[in-house]
Structure formats: structure tokens, C-alpha cells
Design a protein around this ligand. Structure first.
Ligand code: NI
Length: 254
């Protein structure tokens, strides 16, 4: 009963063996996958996969790295897609000050527009935050993101910031980096997150967990994140799988 809340099975890294990867996820106990399309190129495949597989759902949005490419009609497109029965949220959206591939003011504007859209269509949002913690919180507050809530994806911030996000109806999701031996802070933060707000994810093909670190990630590896999270909270693997699965279903309403 594992729920991978953040996958990019639409990425070109899976072009050769996408269906096998999806089948392997099932064999590894993954019962639901939320796949994220994050620009004009990746969204159509994301929708196709959600239509092809009953246990795959779609989230669509504009990644901050691609913010510069978003046009007004793309926002209308996202609104149209939000009515699709397998689309369960909007994102990933946010700010990326590490790569800085779009100007920061453009990133902020595209982020704000998507939060407004999410409030309009009443859907949870998936937040991408790379080295932009303070500005993320400011924008979430100013745009009243607490009305829809969502996920702080692959969370890497402090517990103090997590508390603010929890107060705005967000869930906190952890991925492969949680399993790294030197990941002291993520483990400490994860230990303090209330069980009913915890989620797990892969962000595949990126951020591969131990013991496959450095290789291509895939949804089936979410079990390593679940194992680590179970250890951190002193629960069994089955209990942690059940809790994070229920949390994700509640959030995405599936
Ligand atoms: Ni992602």
C-alpha cells in the first residue's frame, strides 16, 4: 500500500522502459502514483499515463525553472486540464534560486498566478522550493494558499518553516535524501512532523535513495523512503506505509 506522491515517469529517462518501470513499482507494493507534468512538453505524457493506468494520477503545473516559458494561454490550459477526472492537483510550482534558469521576478509571478488558479478550481498545490524558503512562505501567505493546502515536496527546510507550512494546511513530503547516511537534518525534521501530515515520494528519475544513490530513481524505490521513515518514527514498515497512504488519499481526495 505504498503511495508515491511525486514521480516524473513522463521524463525522457524512462522512454526506453516506462511500462516495465511502472510494473516493477506494482511488484514492489506501490498502489498509487501521482505523476507530475511541469511544462508544455511533459504535461501531455503525464495525462496519457494517467489515462492508461488506473493507479496513476496526474498533477499539472509550471516548474519555476520553466517559468519564463509560461504564456497566458498556458494558464487557461492548466485550468482546462484541472477538470480532467485524473488530475488531482496543480504543480509543481514555486521558486528555484539554485538553478535560477528564470528571472526571480518571473518565477514569483508565475507562482502567484498558479496559486490563484488553484484557489479558483479548489485544488491542492505541490511546492518546489530550492534555496528560496523565506520567499516561498511570504508568497504562500500573501496568496492565501492555506485555502487549498498541498505538499511541500522533497522537503529540505527547517522545522520552523515546516511548522508554518503545517499551519497553512500543507503536508510535508520526504524523498530519497532522507535515506542518506549524512542526512542528519532531514531525519531530525521528519521525526517532528505529526504523523497525519507526513508523505513519501521518489521524485524519480531524480534523488535516488540509498542503496541505489547515483543511479536512476524509480517509483518502486519509495519503499526505501518508507522504511527509513518507519525507523525514524519507531513504527513498522506496514504502519508507515498505511499512514502515508491514507494521508495522500485524504489530501488528493482519491
Ligand atoms: Ni519534481
Amino acid at each position: 500500500m505504498l503511495f508515491d506522491t511525486h514521480a516524473h515517469l513522463n521524463a525522457e529517462q524512462f522512454d526506453e522502459d516506462r511500462d516495465q518501470v511502472i510494473m516493477r513499482a506494482k511488484e514492489n507494493g506501490v498502489s498509487t502514483i501521482v505523476n507530475i507534468g511541469f511544462n508544455r512538453e511533459t504535461i501531455p505524457t503525464c495525462i496519457e499515463l494517467a489515462e492508461k493506468y488506473d493507479f496513476i494520477y496526474a498533477v499539472v503545473g509550471w516548474h519555476p525553472q520553466d517559468a519564463i516559458s509560461m504564456k497566458e494561454e498556458d494558464l487557461d490550459w492548466l485550468e482546462e486540464l484541472s477538470k480532467h477526472p485524473k488530475v488531482v492537483g496543480l504543480g509543481e510550482m514555486g521558486l528555484d534560486y539554485y538553478w535560477d534558469t528564470s528571472p526571480r521576478d518571473v518565477q514569483a509571478e508565475v507562482f502567484r498566478k498558479q496559486i490563484r488558479l488553484a484557489r479558483k478550481v479548489n485544488m491542492p498545490i505541490i511546492i518546489h522550493d530550492r534555496d528560496a524558503h523565506q520567499d516561498i512562505i511570504t508568497i504562500l501567505k500573501e496568496e492565501k494558499a492555506e485555502e487549498v493546502g498541498g505538499i511541500m515536496h522533497c522537503y529540505s527546510g527547517s522545522y520552523e518553516m515546516a511548522e508554518i507550512a503545517l499551519g497553512m494546511n500543507f503536508y510535508i513530503s520526504f524523498g530519497g535524501p532522507l535515506t542518506f547516511k549524512n542526512a542528519k537534518r532531514p531525519k531530525e525534521v521528519a521525526a517532528k512532523i505529526p504523523l497525519d501530515r507526513l508523505l513519501i515520494e521518489t521524485d524519480c528519475p531524480y534523488l535516488t535513495p540509498h542503496p541505489f544513490r547515483g543511479k536512476r530513481n524509480e517509483s518502486g524505490y519509495v519503499k526505501y523512503v518508507a522504511e527509513e521513515m518507519a525507523n525514524i518514527h519507531g513504527l513498522s514498515f506496514e504502519e508507515m506505509s498505511k499512514i502515508t497512504n491514507e494521508n495522500a488519499r485524504r489530501l488528493f481526495n482519491i
